[in-house]
Design a binder for this molecule. Sequence first.
Ligand SMILES: [Cu+2]
Length: 157
Amino acid sequence: MNSASIVAGIALMVGLAAIGGITYILLVPPSSAAPAGPPNVEFEINGGEFDSFFGFGSPGKKVDSPGPEMRVKQGEIVKIAFSNVGQIPHSFRVVKEKKWDAPAVFGAAIGDATRPISPSQSGTTTFKADKGGSYFYICTVPGHVERGMFGSLVVAP
Ligand SMILES: [Cu+2]
């Protein structure tokens, strides 16, 4: 083996290691801080369509707009289970601004615009409501907020 082929071999290995590292970064999602301890309060919420609108509703009730208000106390660990009872994909996210691409507050999100929850599927999120204030929960699929898919979440200080 001449030195040129050794250099080529090393370059190839370095290249493969770099690709492996990038692939690892792309495939392994960053771990979100899991709140310590069991939830203090739990909600179940459905999302779906009604008439020509989209909305949220408590289990056993029709989805509506706005969805039912959720109230928690600051510092509580909140668990939310979201079920898609509709015919098209939906998602759940707590936000400060009622916009489909607003960032998640408290890291509270179930599905997103590119990977929403499919019909008949469900998911959960557990988070610490560590800042008091008025928030919204929304569906992040573009266009769904405008068709009514939101509700309010109040974190009482
Ligand atoms: Cu939706």
